[in-house]
Design a protein around this ligand. Structure first.
Ligand SMILES: Nc1ncnc2c1ncn2[C@@H]1O[C@H](COP(=O)(O)OP(=O)(O)O)[C@@H](O)[C@H]1O
Ligand SMILES: [Mg+2]
Length: 307
């Protein structure tokens, strides 16, 4: 589709909101396309999100429960935030082409850091005032990024080590979500988490769909590395020879165990071995990429061993 007139995200001045946008949003749709996932995961996500708008407003939730909550869980750097933003944009495109949805991205860290007692208040304000105001204007998609910060598993928090505030904040989130779900059928939450085990089970059970976003497979890693090299070659066409070099396949194989973010970053770190390459990145060779991948693996293993 032509995207020239699509909305762009803007940084929000509202505390606790990282950015707000109208959907569809060109930058978000591009993020959706840039994330490689296995099988039909994108289809499943999009279908579930679309159902939140086509089915949820019409059904009796006592008979067919749909909470309007989708959860993406997996290790850091696997594309969850990008997928969540992209999902929001693609959903708006699919449900009613030509119409606009509102989008809010909640920044739970700011809320959680608001201080004892105040984080609970901040969450209440967000869920009790701000989101209802926006939801009253029309279809709304809210991204709760790294939601474990907001809805920490109360069972795993010891009262000695963690302020009562955290327990109360989780209660406030759950109560707020239930309230919003019952009042606003045109509201969809997409939540992400790096630690499934840290999310309160009551939130997990409310999710209509929980999708695990794992580290890339071997073939997935190659697709991602190829795409990152293609971006370099878009600016420096000479770099396109990297793909045909036998060392490229070895570099892709060496990416096994790295996350998607680390794999994309290899292409830039491979340009740092020689100042000549930094000055003209078209000179980058597949062997540099292999060296960067091997270094990244060593780093990852060191971290994995607690070093
Ligand atoms: N599966 C993937 N396919 C392609 N690129 C990826 C993938 N996972 C991560 N990336 C890259 O890493 C960046 C960061 O991903 P992000 O959405 O922030 O991950 P997360 O939220 O899981 O930490 C993305 O913008 C993308 O460039
Ligand atoms: Mg993220």
């Amino acid at each position: 589709m032509t995207t020239g007139t699509m909305a762009q995200p803007t940084n929000s001045a509202i505390p606790g909101i990282a950015n707000e946008s109208q959907l569809p949003c060109e930058a978000f749709s591009k993020q959706w396309d840039a994330i490689h996932v296995e099988g039909d995961q994108k289809t499943r996500l999009l279908a579930q999100a679309v159902l939140a708008f086509t089915l949820r407003p019409h059904i009796d939730p006592a008979l067919l429960p749909l909470h309007g909550l989708i959860l993406l869980v997996g290790p850091p750097g696997t594309g969850k935030t990008s997928l969540a933003r992209g999902l929001a944009s693609r959903t708006a495109e699919s449900v009613e082409p030509g119409s606009t949805f509102n989008f809010l991205e909640v920044e739970p860290h700011t809320l959680a850091n608001a201080g004892l007692g105040r984080s609970q208040q901040a969450v209440r304000r967000l869920l009790g005032e701000l989101i209802p105001e926006r939801a009253a204007l029309g279809p709304l998609i809210v991204l709760l990024d790294e939601v474990e910060t907001l809805a920490a598993d109360r069972m795993k928090l010891s009262l000695d080590a963690n302020p009562v505030d955290v327990h109360r904040a989780t209660d406030a989130v759950l109560a707020g979500l239930d309230n919003l779900a019952s009042k606003y059928p045109n509201l969809l939450f997409v939540a992400t988490s790096n630690f499934e085990g840290a999310i309160d089970p009551a939130l997990l059970s409310r999710a209509d769909l929980v999708e695990v976003v794992p580290l890339p497979s071997r073939s997935g890693a190659e697709v991602i590395l190829r795409s990152a090299v293609a971006e370099l070659a878009r600016i420096h066409p000479a770099a396109s020879q990297i793909i045909d070099d036998p060392a490229f396949a070895r570099a892709a194989a060496a990416c096994n165990g790295l996350d998607g973010r680390q794999i994309r970053k290899l292409v830039v770190s491979a340009c740092t071995f020689d100042k000549k390459v930094a000055l003209d990145p078209g000179l980058l060779g597949a062997s540099d990429l292999l060296r960067a991948a091997e270094q990244a693996r060593v780093m990852r293993n060191k971290k994995g061993n607690g070093a």
